[in-house]
Design a protein around this ligand. Structure first.
Ligand code: COD
Ligand code: ATP
Length: 203
């Protein structure tokens, strides 16, 4: 029996930072953002649906989807975001299920699903346990602005397009506070895995 862990948080809260720690322990991670990117590559069914809904002006010269442009639309307009979600999310779910099945086939003891919208999209049925990577609002905005070179207004729009992290805290089985250093975050992860009785392959 494999244990499937749902790793979630908010935009720029530190999910990738924690999922890197899992990978360093040889624990496989399925990343919803990666699957969402693959699902909208040129020629994929979702790619055609996006053009049908958002128009060809959403494409770059090479025919690929202009992600910053699509982001500037959907993070500021909830109705457009729902339209995009309706196209992309079923594909992401399908791809993730395939990867879980493959990992189970491979007899992995633990599988991590890194899903930013785990609670918003009601995907907790896919996992056995949930871990939330938490940061306070100010830290989240600042890290997002620094990482994506966004204006404050655009960063706020992205954060507001998700359930507030303070609400997600109440829904998660475990919370990792990522306001401090990466080392402090790693210590919390190791303590939590220890509490769950998991021995790390590569601490
Ligand atoms: C809007 C898009 C083109 C922007 O692409 P971009 O490369 O700038 O961002 P990226 O995909 O790396 O996402 C960064 C973060 O934004 C947040 N985010 C992305 N999409 C959404 C959404 N629909 N609603 C809320 N937050 C979202 C997530 O926290 C994600 O980790 C892209 O995010 C997208 O296609 N989104 C729809 C699919 C989706 O919901 N993906 C998130 C997980 S399944
Ligand atoms: N503890 C920390 N201290 C300082 N910077 C951090 C810390 N954790 C993460 N960061 C930085 O904050 C930014 C966001 O972290 P990360 O990419 O891990 O978040 P994420 O939740 O995966 O984001 P997204 O969902 O948007 O992809 C990155 O630039 C990362 O280097």
């Amino acid at each position: 029996m494999s244990l499937v862990i749902g790793l979630t948080g908010g935009i720029a809260s530190g999910k990738s930072t924690v999922s890197k720690m899992f990978k360093e322990m040889d624990i496989p991670v399925v990343d919803a953002d990666v699957e969402a990117r693959l699902a909208v590559e040129k020629g994929e069914p979702a790619y055609n649906k996006i053009i049908a809904v958002f128009g060809a002006e959403i494409l770059m010269e090479n025919g690929e989807i202009d992600r910053p442009k699509l982001g500037s639309i959907i993070f500021h307009q909830a109705e457009k975001r729902s339209l995009l979600n309706e196209i992309v999310h079923p594909e992401v779910r399908r791809r993730m299920m395939e990867q879980i099945a493959a990992a189970k086939q491979n007899r992995e003891d633990v599988i991590v699903l890194d899903i930013p919208l785990l609670f918003e999209s009601k995907l907790t049925y896919m996992v056995d346990k949930t871990i939330l990577v938490y940061v306070d609002n100010e830290t989240q905005l600042q890290r997002l602005i620094d990482r994506n070179q966004l204006s404050g207004v655009d960063a706020e729009a992205r954060v507001r397009s998700q359930l507030p992290l303070a609400d997600k805290v109440k829904l998660a089985d475990e919370v990792i506070d990522n306001n401090g250093t990466v080392e402090e975050t790693k210590k919390q992860l190791l303590d939590l895995l220890h509490r769950w009785g998991m021995n790390q392959k590569k601490p």
